[in-house]
Write a protein that binds this ligand. Structure first.
Ligand code: GLC
Ligand code: CA
Length: 565
C-alpha cells in the first residue's frame, strides 16, 4: 500500500491543449471533465495537471501570480473541486504542478518585493546591485554573467530601486529566495491547502534548482556561448536535500496515498539515489534528463541522430543505479519535449509500429511510466512553416537571439522544427471533425493537419491501434508483478539496432526485444533455449509460434515481450 505508485501509470494533461469546453480556443477544466471516461478507458491511475493557476501566461502558466486559485481561462475553484471528485469517483488520482522555484513578476509577493529596498518582502527574491565598479544599466553590469534558460541574461534591472533580480527563466519569472524561511513556510502552507482540498500529490517543477550557491559566482563561458554556465551554482545546490526534507516534514508526512515527483534537470544517478531513497523522506521519484539529451549536440538546439547504444547506456545506468534504493520515473514525452515517435521512432511509414515499440520499451522498464497527452495516439511533431506558427517563449526568444547574432533564420527554424516545445503543444486530436474536435472556436495554436488520420476516435475503433497498445501495456502492469517489481538486465548492450532486456521476479521472467530501426535486425537471443516455446504476451506484428527463436530476424520496428517461468 505504501508504494502504490510503483504499480501506477501517470497521464499528463497540458490543459491549454487538451480539450476546450467553451469554444474560446483554449483548453479548460470543463474540457478535461468531459474526457475523463476516455482516460479511465485507457486505464491510467493518476492524472498530472500542468499549471492551471492564475497566470499572465508568459511561460504558458509556469509563471504563477496566485498559487491558490484557478485562472479564469481554465475555470474556477468550484469547477476544480467537481473535477477532482469526478476523478476520484473513477478510481483515479490527481496531482498538481508545483512551481516554486519562481513566481510570476505579477505575483503579489514580487509586487511587494520590488516596491522598495526596505520592503519586508524584499528578501523573498534574489536582489543584487550592479557589478562592482559599474553602473546599473550599463552593458555587462549585471551582478554576474549567468544566462537565462530562455535566452538573454538571468538578471533584470528594476529601474525603481536600481537593483537587479534573478530569473533563471523569463524576466517574468523571478526566482524565489529559498534561503528565507518565511518563503518556505508560505509555500508549505499553500501545499497543505491543496492537499486539504483533496489533491493526491505534486509534480515539482525544476525543484532541484531551489537552493543556490549564495555567492552567485560567475559561471564558465563555454565556446560559442554568450553567457556563463550557471548550472554548477544552482543544480542540486548546497541546501537542496535539507529543503526537501523540511518540505516533507512540514507538508507530506503523515498523509497517506500521496505521490511526489521532482523534475530535476541535470540530476545525476548518485544524487537521484539520495532524493528518492524512501528512508530519507524527500520525493518518491525524479524526472532525470539524460535520455532526452542523447540526441543533443553542443546545445539544446543542436540535434544529432540518435545512437541507440547511447540511449541504452543512459537508461541502463539509471536502471542499475536505482535498483536497490529509490525509484525511476519513465518518460519519453512531456510538454517540453518534441514528440517521441518523430524523434526516436519513424513518424512516416512505420509510425504505428514504432510508436508501439517505443511504448513497449518504456513501459517494460522498472519505474513508474508517464504518458503525455496524445502520446497514446502516436501523435507526431508539427509541420511549422514559419516563426509565426510558434507560441512558446523559449522557442521565440531563441529565434530572436540567434537571428540577432547573425545565424541564418532558416537554420534556426530548422532546429526549432525538430526540438521546439511547441511540437508537444498542438491540440489533442480527438476526432476527424474540424480542429480535431479540440475546440469549436479558433485554436490558440494550429492543430496538426494529420488529425484526419491520427485521432482518438479512429484509434478507439481499431483494436490494432497505438491507443489499444498503450491500454494493454497499462493492463499488463496492473496484472503482471514482474513488470512492477522485476529486476532489470540489459542484453546485447552493444547492438546498434536492438534494445533487449529481461525483467525477473520470483519464478517469472520477461524478455523484451525491440528493433529500433526500419531495417530487419538479426540477433542471437541470449539463452534462447530458455525462451523457445514461451508465451508471447505482447507484440506489434503477428508472430509464428513455431518460429526458431535462437536466430531471430526482427522486422522493421518490431517489438516483442515473452513471458517465461
Ligand atoms: C519546467 C517546465 C517548463 C517551464 C520551466 C520553468 O522545466 O516543465 O515548461 O518552462 O520549468 O517553469
Ligand atoms: Ca476554453
Amino acid at each position: 500500500m505504501q508504494q502504490w505508485w510503483k504499480e501506477s501509470v501517470v497521464y499528463q494533461i497540458w490543459p491549454r491543449s487538451f480539450a476546450d469546453g467553451n469554444g474560446d480556443g483554449i483548453g479548460d477544466l470543463a474540457g478535461i471533465a468531459s474526457r475523463l471516461d476516455y482516460l479511465s478507458s485507457l486505464g491510467v491511475d493518476v492524472l498530472w495537471l500542468s499549471p492551471i493557476y492564475p497566470s499572465p501566461q508568459d511561460d504558458a502558466g509556469y509563471d504563477i501570480s496566485d498559487y491558490q486559485n484557478i485562472d479564469p481561462t481554465f475555470g474556477s475553484l468550484e469547477q476544480f473541486d467537481a473535477l477532482l471528485a469526478a476523478v476520484h469517483e473513477r478510481g483515479m488520482k490527481l496531482i498538481m504542478d508545483l512551481v516554486v522555484n519562481h513566481t510570476s513578476d505579477e505575483h503579489p509577493w514580487f509586487v511587494e518585493s520590488r516596491a522598495s529596498k526596505d520592503n519586508p518582502m524584499r528578501d523573498w527574491y534574489w536582489w543584487r546591485p550592479a557589478r562592482e565598479g559599474m553602473n546599473a544599466g550599463d552593458p555587462g553590469a549585471e551582478p554576474n554573467n549567468w544566462g537565462s534558460i530562455f535566452s538573454g541574461p538571468a538578471w533584470e534591472l528594476d529601474e525603481n530601486t536600481g537593483e537587479y533580480y534573478l530569473h533563471l527563466f523569463s524576466r517574468k519569472q523571478p526566482d524565489l529566495n529559498w534561503e528565507n524561511p518565511e518563503v518556505r513556510q508560505a509555500i508549505y502552507s499553500m501545499m497543505r491547502w491543496w492537499l486539504e482540498r483533496g489533491v493526491d500529490g505534486f509534480r515539482m517543477d525544476v525543484i532541484n534548482f531551489i537552493s543556490k550557491d549564495i555567492k552567485l559566482p560567475d559561471g564558465h563561458v563555454h565556446d560559442g556561448s554568450l553567457y556563463g554556465d550557471a548550472m554548477p551554482y544552482f543544480v542540486d545546490g548546497p541546501r537542496i536535500h535539507e529543503f526537501l526534507q523540511e518540505m516533507h516534514r512540514e507538508v507530506l508526512a503523515g498523509r497517506e496515498g500521496l505521490i511526489t515527483v521532482g523534475e530535476m534537470p541535470g540530476v545525476t544517478v548518485e544524487e537521484a539515489k539520495l532524493y528518492t531513497d524512501p528512508t530519507r523522506r524527500e520525493v518518491d521519484m525524479v524526472f532525470q534528463f539524460e535520455h532526452v539529451q542523447v540526441d543533443h549536440g553542443e546545445t539544446r538546439w543542436d540535434s544529432r541522430p540518435l545512437r541507440l547504444r547511447d540511449l541504452k547506456a543512459v537508461l541502463g545506468r539509471w536502471q542499475a543505479g536505482l535498483a536497490e534504493v529509490g525509484w525511476n520515473s519513465l518518460y519519453w514525452n512531456n510538454h517540453d519535449q518534441p514528440r517521441v515517435v518523430s524523434r526516436f521512432g519513424d513518424d512516416g511509414e512505420h509510425r504505428v509500429r514504432s510508436a508501439k515499440l517505443l511504448a513497449t520499451v518504456l513501459h517494460l522498464h522498472r519505474g513508474t511510466p508517464y504518458i503525455y497527452q496524445g502520446e497514446e495516439l502516436g501523435m507526431t511533431n508539427a509541420p511549422f512553416a514559419s516563426i509565426d506558427d510558434f507560441r512558446d517563449i523559449q522557442s521565440l526568444n531563441h529565434y530572436a537571439e540567434a537571428v540577432s547574432t547573425g545565424v541564418d533564420p532558416d537554420a534556426v527554424l530548422a532546429a526549432l522544427r525538430v526540438l521546439s516545445r511547441d511540437n508537444a503543444r498542438t491540440p489533442m486530436q480527438w476526432d476527424d471533425t474540424e480542429n480535431a474536435g479540440f475546440t469549436t472556436g479558433t485554436p490558440w495554436i494550429a492543430v496538426n493537419p494529420n488529425y484526419k488520420g491520427i485521432n482518438a476516435q479512429a484509434e478507439i475503433a481499431d483494436d490494432d491501434s497505438v491507443f489499444h497498445h498503450y491500454r494493454r501495456l497499462i493492463e499488463l502492469r496492473h496484472t503482471e508483478p514482474a513488470v512492477v517489481h522485476g529486476d532489470f538486465r540489459m542484453l546485447l548492450a552493444d547492438h546498434d539496432q536492438v534494445y533487449a532486456f529481461t525483467r525477473g521476479y520470483s519464478s517469472t521472467e520477461l524478455l523484451v526485444l525491440a528493433n529500433f530501426s526500419g531495417e530487419p535486425a538479426a540477433i542471437e537471443v541470449p539463452e534462447a533455449d530458455r525462451w523457445q516455446g514461451t508465451e508471447l504476451i505482447l507484440a506489434n506484428y503477428p508472430v509464428d509460434a513455431a518460429e526458431d527463436i535462437q536466430h531471430l530476424a526482427l522486422r522493421p520496428w518490431e517489438a516483442r515481450v515473452y513471458r517465461g517461468r
